[in-house]
Design a protein around this ligand. Structure first.
Ligand code: PEP
Ligand code: MN
Length: 347
């Protein structure tokens, strides 16, 4: 349940309400807005039956939250969450953020070249896989720790914060030491040990929807991370597995407005993995923005033909530039702006 407090509540009254809830064995979660505060209560609510909550000074109303996700639910937060990535980028809010870069970090030169190209085209966060979750053990698995160092080098050279996937609980500290944001891939969305570990990480998380996961399962995965202490989460719709084989996955466009209704967390779209084909990236990106996404994550490679992973769906820099040019019009039509390195990003 949530407790909505009176606008003029004092700190002492707020503390008192929390103490009453916590002494009954529940956890509380505080969300403070400019005009009101919400106290979320998590745990066995039957224990609160004996407490006349509405009579406690400062309480305005008490509302049930029937969803299995609590901290992730829209009701638990006064405001929509804006997730900061590095010192200058952010995801959520009015502006649309574009993350771009190669599927995998292959070497220094290609990473540097891609980073400069996507930055100059308007992307504000660089992606690049170091540890790759490949369907075949014989495929390129990523450069691992070496790629993390390259990401740091290129961040320093370009000023772009970096996001990269962490596959294994044993690598969380290492990846968090190097990256500004940690990605949970579709194949790991329900790796609960990893989610719990990321709850303890001091980095924002990009949580991708599992290819066979429902929207509720995605939100429960976010809840795992939040319940373990980390609320800086961005959700990513990256296509789900359906009977349709014409595309790599099926972009679930309706998941975007449903998630925006259900949660305060930002939602972005990955048109690259959804369609699996470079020619589908632009239309799916536009569809994502039209549906209310807060951003996009797009694979870009200086020479897609020679890419070690996901070349078919990677855009060459000129195609990315053209996409970014056309995106502003879609953003404007959706009442949004595009983030730039300074606008929309925290100082
Ligand atoms: C990726 O972003 O390169 C990736 C592997 O994505 P997903 O987990 O969505 O398949
Ligand atoms: Mn990829």
């Amino acid at each position: 349940m949530i407790i909505i407090t009176r606008p003029d509540i004092s700190d002492d009254e707020l503390d008192h309400i929390r103490e009453r809830i916590e002494s009954a064995g529940l956890h509380t979660h505080l969300s403070r807005g400019e005009h009101r505060t919400i106290i979320g209560c998590i745990g066995d609510e039957t224990r609160l039956q004996e407490i006349p909550l509405r009579s406690i000074p400062g309480v305005e109303s008490v509302l049930p939250v029937l969803k299995p996700y609590k901290r992730a639910s829209r009701e638990f937060s006064v405001d929509r969450t804006v997730v900061r990535v590095g010192e200058r980028a952010s995801i959520g809010g009015q502006a649309i953020t574009v993350i771009a870069g190669p599927c995998s970090v292959e070497n220094r030169d290609m990473l540097q070249e891609t980073a400069v190209a996507v930055r100059d085209a308007g992307a504000t966060i660089l992606r690049g896989g170091a540890f790759k979750p490949r369907s075949s053990p014989y495929s390129f698995q990523g450069l691992g720790a070496e790629a993390l160092k390259l990401l740091v080098e290129v961040r320093t050279a370009t000023g772009l914060p970096v996001v990269t996937e962490v596959l294994d609980t044993r690598d969380v500290d290492l990846v968090a030491e190097h990256a500004d944001m940690l990605q949970v891939g579709a194949r790991n969305m329900q790796n609960f040990a990893l989610l719990a570990e990321l709850g303890r990480a001091k980095r924002p998380i990009l949580l991708k929807r599992g290819m066979s996961a429902t929207i509720v399962e995605l939100l429960m995965a976010a809840e795992y991370i939040m319940a373990n202490g980390n609320s800086d989460i961005v959700l990513c719709e990256r296509g789900i597995r359906t009977f349709e084989r014409a595309t790599r996955n099926t972009l679930d466009v309706s998941a975007i407005p449903v998630l925006q209704r259900e949660t305060h967390l930002p939602v972005i779209v990955d048109p690259s993995h959804a369609g699996g084909d470079a020619s589908l990236v632009a239309p799916l990106a536009f569809a994502g923005i039209a549906a209310g996404a807060d951003g996009l994550i797009i694979e870009v490679h200086p020479d897609p033909e020679s890419a070690l992973s996901d070349g078919d769906q990677s855009l060459a820099p000129p195609a990315f530039v053209s996409l970014m040019d056309r995106l502003s019009a879609f953003a404007a039509a959706a009442g949004r702006t595009m983030t730039t390195a300074s606008a929309g990003a925290p100082a």
